[in-house]
Design a protein around this ligand. Structure first.
Ligand SMILES: Cc1cc2nc3c(=O)[nH]c(=O)nc-3n(C[C@H](O)[C@H](O)[C@H](O)COP(=O)(O)OP(=O)(O)OC[C@H]3O[C@@H](n4cnc5c(N)ncnc54)[C@H](O)[C@@H]3O)c2cc1C
Length: 401
């Protein structure tokens, strides 16, 4: 029983179905509203490992033409000279083709929802919420607000940051505010991006340009994630489109030539949270319900998809041995597997953000020295690239190529 059918919850339902596991998916939203143009203006960097998962659950053909490969990541400290280029060389590890692909969240959602509709192993309950959850020795039961009672052996919470199932289970959360907002939109630009993602670090917050596919009529496009201190966010929200573009252009230093808006502007508050526990009696929490981080490294969704791969692998291994999917030992294996990965990614993301947030000339000089070292040391660069691709550590089978 999966509560929350967002990007992570619905991927879990499909991956489980392909492994022969049936599920109920309950989501309070209307899928038509979620996939309406302009509702979720974000684009996600899908790591190579996450891409493998989509291929392995049968979405490869549908998604292949919609993603823009990231061939290199350029990291700079403001617009100062000296940058690190993460560009895989031939023979650079298992997935040398690219550092991932950029997808509009809307395209991912449309593909997942279409596949879910066609999958008989998924019973999808939309515009429905759980009003009562019972977990006991013999199974779980969820009462929906429309009166229906659903029964199963395991409850999975994939309800995102505000997960009521996690809170009801009493799982403590470590959390803090970054006091920043991410302004997200897409830009048309005169020069081609050459499949390069830019992470430009300013003391006020990182500024990212992520390559998107050209439009059908050949216009070049990139997604923008501009992080702004909360105290300045109101001012940025109030800017006219022309003034907003002027501010954006000033931070881009002309790297992509002249720019125009290609999508509505949206903004998201940035918070860090990490649940101390991810399992309970017949309960597992996954995706943003378990962990939420700064979008600087584009890892939130990828981490949630690794939760999916690990959970499905643990459950199908256990069921092959005749164990119940809610078995406590299986859930303990899932938690052990995921906790180190989640902590490492979250710690690294949080540290990068803090490192670049220190203002002043000396910290900036030290950062550029460090960046120069990474630029010159292929082994260190490879380590960072493997992290970005999601191929370090013990990778679930569903996320392998
Ligand atoms: C600006 C920004 C940029 C980002 N860029 C990237 C990136 O490049 N790469 C990346 O990997 N990640 C990125 N992320 C993170 C990524 O968007 C999230 O990690 C991801 O969306 C989490 O998916 P989820 O399914 O766990 O949660 P959500 O997407 O929040 O989905 C939760 C679902 O549960 C449903 N729900 C909620 N409450 C209930 C309830 N009570 N009952 C029933 N249903 C409920 C909701 O309707 C929703 O469908 C970014 C985040 C931000 C803010």
């Amino acid at each position: 029983m999966i509560l929350g059918g967002g990007l992570v919850g619905m991927t879990l339902a499909l991956a489980a179905a392909r492994a022969g596991i049936t599920s109920h998916v309950v989501d309070k939203a209307d899928p038509a509203e979620l996939t309406a143009e302009g509702v979720d203006g974000r684009a996600s960097a899908i790591s190579t490992a996450s891409w493998n998962l989509f291929v392995n659950i049968g979405l490869g053909e549908r998604l292949e033409p919609l993603g823009c490969p990231i061939d290199a990541i350029a990291v700079t400290d403001g617009l100062k000279p000296g940058r690190i280029d993460f560009r895989p060389e031939p023979g650079d590890g298992p997935t040398k083709d690219s550092l991932g692909r950029m997808y509009a969240n809307r395209d991912l959602r449309l593909a997942l929802f279409e596949a879910a509709r066609e999958e008989p192993a998924i019973a999808w309950h939309t515009r429905a919420e759980a009003v009562e959850r019972e977990r006991g020795a013999h199974g779980v039961a969820v009462t929906l607000d429309n009166g229906a009672v659903l029964r199963g052996s395991l409850l999975v919470a994939a309800e995102g940051r505000q997960s009521p199932t996690r809170d009801e289970a009493g799982f403590a959360l470590a959390r803090w505010e970054y006091n920043h907002r991410a302004f997200v939109t897409a830009l048309y630009h005169d020069r081609p991006h050459d499949n390069v993602a830019w992470e430009i670090f300013y003391p006020a917050g990182p500024f990212a340009l992520l390559p998107l596919l050209d439009t059908a009529d050949g216009r070049h496009r990139s997604a923008l994630v501009w992080t702004v201190a909360e105290k300045d966010a109101k001012g940025v929200t109030g800017l006219s489109d022309a003034a907003f573009l002027q501010e954006v252009a000033a931070r881009m230093g002309g790297v992509l030539g002249g720019i125009e808006l290609a999508a509505p502007r949206m903004s998201y508050p940035l918070r860090f949270h990490h649940a101390g526990k991810t399992i309970g009696e017949r309960l597992a929490i996954i995706g943003d319900a378990a962990h939420g981080m700064h979008p600087i490294a584009g890892q939130g969704l990828n981490l949630g998809l690794r939760d999916v791969g690990a959970l499905v692998e643990v459950l199908s291994d256990g069921m092959r041995l005749g164990l119940d999917p809610g078995d406590a030992q299986l859930l303990a294996r899932y938690e052990r597997w995921r906790s180190v990965d989640a902590f490492t990614v979250m710690f690294a993301t949080d540290s990068i953000n803090r490192l670049f947030a220190v203002p002043g000339r000396l910290p900036s000089a030290i950062r550029r020295l460090g960046m120069g070292a990474v630029q010159r040391l292929p082994a260190l660069k490879r380590f960072f690239m493997d992290e970005a691709r999601g191929v370090s550590g013990k990778v679930p089978a569903l996320l392998r190529g």
